[in-house]
Design a protein around this ligand. Structure first.
Ligand code: IPE
Ligand code: IPE
Ligand code: MG
Length: 260
C-alpha cells in the first residue's frame, strides 16, 4: 500500500467498491448484463495465431457466458459481437467474422432454443448478406416463446446511429401528424430505439483492459455500473462472470439521488 493510500480515512466511500466488503443482506443480481467482448485479436497475437483463431475461441467464451448468466439468475444478456465501426476492418477479417456468424447461426441456434434462450438482434442487419438476415429473423421467430434467458446480440450495432434513427422516425411521425412534437419525451425516444421493451442494462462488462464504451448502448447504459476487466475475451469464463457480479453487488447505485 502506498503512503498516499494509507492517508485515506477508512470511512471514505471509495472503500465500498473494488474489493470492499459486500453489503449485508441478499446480494443484488443484475437483471440485465451487457458485455463488450474485446481482446480476441490480442489473444491470438500472443499465441502467434491468426486473428480469426481468437474470434473462434471468443465464440466458445460466448457459450460459457450464456451458461453462467443462466446459472446466476440473470434474465437479460446483451453481447456486443460486431460494431458499426468494425466494417472498417480489413475485408479479410470482416469475411472471417461474417463466416463465423453464419456458422454460429447454423449450428448453435437449435441448442440455444432447447436451453430456453430467446434471441434478439439489434443493429443494422440490412448490411449483412440476405442469408444471414434471414437466419437472424428465423432464430428470433423460433425462440420467441422462450423465457429462461433473453440473449440480445448486437450486430453491426452503433449507438449513435440507433439514436439518430429514433430521432428520424419521431421526426417523420411528427411531420405526418401522428405524434405531437411537444409530447416527445424520454419514454417515447426509448421506445423508438432497437431495444424498445427491453430493460436497461444494470451492469456493463468490458474485457481486455480497454476502458471505453466504443459506441455501445449509449442511451441505455446511462446508469449502468461499468466493470472493466483485464482478461481477454477468449479467456473469459464463469469465474470472471461471477467476479463482475460480485463487484456489481458492492456498488451503491444512487441514480443521482441522495442515499438515505
Ligand atoms: C473483439 O476482439 C471482437 C470484435 C470486435 C469483433 P478484437 O478483434 O477487437 O480484439 P483486439 O481488441 O484487437 O484484441
Ligand atoms: C468494440 O470493440 C466492439 C466489439 C466488441 C464488437 P473494438 O475492438 O471494435 O473497439 P475499439 O476499436 O477498441 O474501441
Ligand atoms: Mg478490440
Amino acid at each position: 500500500m502506498s503512503s498516499a493510500t494509507q492517508k485515506l480515512p477508512q470511512s471514505l466511500p471509495v472503500a465500498a467498491s473494488k474489493g470492499g466488503p459486500l453489503p449485508a443482506g441478499p446480494v443484488p443480481v443484475p437483471k440485465h448484463v451487457a458485455v463488450i467482448m474485446d481482446g480476441n485479436g490480442r489473444w491470438a497475437s500472443a499465441r502467434f495465431l491468426p486473428r480469426v483463431a481468437g474470434h473462434r475461441e471468443g465464440a466458445r467464451a460466448v457459450r460459457r457466458t450464456i451458461e453462467a448468466a443462466i446459472q446466476s439468475g440473470v434474465e437479460w444478456l446483451t453481447i456486443y459481437a460486431f460494431s458499426s465501426e468494425n466494417w472498417q476492418r480489413p475485408a479479410s477479417e470482416v469475411l472471417d467474422l461474417t463466416g463465423l456468424l453464419r456458422h454460429y447461426l447454423k449450428n448453435e441456434i437449435a441448442e440455444l432454443h432447447s436451453n430456453g434462450v430467446r434471441l434478439h438482434f439489434i443493429g443494422d442487419r440490412m448490411r449483412f448478406e440476405t442469408d444471414i438476415g434471414n437466419a437472424l429473423a428465423d432464430a428470433e421467430r423460433l425462440t420467441a416463446g422462450n423465457t429462461r434467458l433473453n440473449l440480445v446480440v448486437a450486430l453491426s450495432y452503433g449507438a449513435r446511429d440507433e439514436i439518430a434513427s429514433a430521432a428520424r422516425s419521431l421526426a417523420i411521425a411528427a411531420k405526418e401528424g401522428r405524434i405531437d412534437p411537444a409530447a416527445i419525451d424520454e419514454a417515447m425516444l426509448a421506445s423508438s430505439l432497437s431495444t424498445a421493451g427491453m430493460p436497461d442494462p444494470d451492469l456493463v462488462i468490458r474485457t481486455s483492459g480497454e476502458m471505453r464504451l466504443s459506441n455501445f448502448l449509449l442511451w441505455q447504459a446511462a446508469y449502468a455500473e461499468l466493470v472493466f476487466m483485464d482478461v481477454l475475451w477468449p479467456d473469459f469464463g464463469p469465474v470472471h462472470f461471477a467476479e463482475a457480479l460480485t463487484e456489481y453487488a458492492r456498488r451503491e447505485r444512487r441514480f443521482g439521488a441522495r442515499p438515505a
